[in-house]
Design a protein around this ligand. Structure first.
Ligand code: CA
Length: 420
């Protein structure tokens, strides 16, 4: 493991060793949002490094979003990664380390920064690419014999979500109002959601754009993906149940989606590449994978009631996905849909075979039947004041490549506008 001279970067438990270098957007009390990479206990200010002539000047690092850099493509991403590694490695070139004044400007303690959305989200598509999740939720709704719809083993299923409510970790989430079936089942009532849920997902971030009419092979799609984030696709199950037929989720998913502040690159995740879930059936050739495009990454979720203790409620792994991120992108572009630098592709809930690995409360409680035990209490669905925190990492022999935190606290619903 190559070592860095920056504080905290060589600790076995840090999310941000030299081999990671995830990209984000940060601000300080003195200066507004700009691009940075996390290294140990610090953020390296990419705008400051570019202004000092240590990075290419045309990457847009002084902007409050990574989109310009993401659109430049893999050759430039690799060039910047190589240059940053040389600047931050113990055995590197010393151009930054030897300049105390520049170090003072360009290395900011993580404890002193506020994190922002890392990129302007130009599109958000929420897939349904986990087989165990599709089987579990289908079983809860339709029974195990009809759990998977006939199309499911042949293509990644998805709906187009909202970009306006994709928020960065730490943003509170207000319990949504919506139409739900009334208690006697004979008609809808307007109500705060009583079945507020999480969905543990893995988000792929499109870098290289494609034009309307372009299609992509899976190998090309892989090259176009800039990196990955943790993603919590908050869901209102009671609203979803009533509105979901015939066109799928709408308000039940539109109120909030939280992502982690750091985009971890494909290069950093390279050691963790692996195969995905076994295939039920051969896929059509346009979805053929010439290599392994899944990852072995642990994803954990903790729930902490206000003033209480946190309980780990989910431990799952991204290798439980059935469709890989480049397969999602290939399928998305197949019809000629233009894809933009900043499009976010959610994997869908990631559940493994064991109950502890089920990635949402709907599955964990089997449709709201069996409560999940907490350290001091239990839950069927989320309550006001609950904070949900997702973390994720790839575990190396003496290091980890992590994503930081993806968290949000549930606020009470606004006054019920239709109560009278
Ligand atoms: Ca979802």
């Amino acid at each position: 493991m190559r070592r860095s001279w920056v504080g905290g970067a060589n600790a076995a438990e840090t999310d941000f060793p030299l081999a990671n270098l995830p990209f984000g957007v940060f601000s300080t009390t003195a200066e507004g949002p700009r691009c940075g990479v996390a290294i140990g206990d610090h953020v390296a200010d990419l705008a400051a490094l570019a202004a000092a002539g240590l990075l290419p000047g045309d990457c847009g690092f002084d902007a409050p979003a990574l989109n310009t850099f993401m659109a430049l493509g893999p050759a430039r991403w690799d060039e910047v990664r190589t240059r940053l590694t040389a600047l931050l490695a113990e055995d590197g070139d010393g151009a930054l380390r030897g300049d105390a004044a520049l170090c003072g400007r360009a290395l900011v303690p993580l404890a002193e920064v506020a994190m922002h959305l890392p990129f302007r989200v130009t599109g958000y598509t929420d897939f349904y690419a986990g087989r165990q999740h599709a089987f579990n939720s289908g079983s809860i709704l339709r029974g195990p014999d009809n759990a998977l719809t006939p199309n499911w083993p042949h293509m990644p299923i998805a709906y187009n979500g909202r970009t306006s409510t994709v928020v960065v970790s730490g943003t509170p989430v207000r319990r949504p109002l919506g139409q739900v079936m009334g208690p006697d089942g004979d008609g809808p009532v307007l109500s705060p959601s009583r079945r507020l849920d999480i969905e543990v997902e893995f988000g792929a971030v499109v870098g290289v754009p494609t034009r309307m009419g372009d299609t992509l092979t899976v190998a090309e799609a892989w090259e176009n993906i800039f990196g990955f984030v943790l993603l919590n696709d908050w869901s209102a199950r009671d609203i979803q149940r009533w509105e979901g037929q015939p066109l799928g989720p709408f308000q039940a998913k539109a109120f909030a989606t939280t992502i982690s502040p750091w985009v971890v690159t494909r290069a950093a995740l390279e050691p963790f590449r692996t195969k995905g879930w076994p295939r039920d059936k051969a896929l059509l050739p346009y979805l053929d994978e010439p290599a392994d495009y899944f990852f072995d990454l642990t994803l954990e979720t903790h729930l902490c009631p206000k003033g209480g203790a946190a309980t780990r409620i989910v431990s799952t792994n991204t290798r439980h996905l059935y469709y890989s991120a480049p397969q999602l992108l290939t399928h998305h572009a197949l019809c000629g849909c233009a894809m933009n630098a900043g499009d976010l592709l959610g994997s869908g809930t990631i559940s493994g075979p064991e109950k502890s690995s089920f990635g949402c409360l709907l599955e964990q409680t089997w449709g709201g039947r069996d409560p999940v035990p907490l350290d001091g209490g239990e839950r069927l669905f989320l309550e006001d004041g609950d904070t949900v925190t997702m973390t994720g990492w790839g575990q190396g022999e003496d290091y980890r490549i992590g994503f930081g935190r993806c968290d949000g606290e549930i606020l009470p619903a606004r006054p019920n506008v239709g109560a009278n």
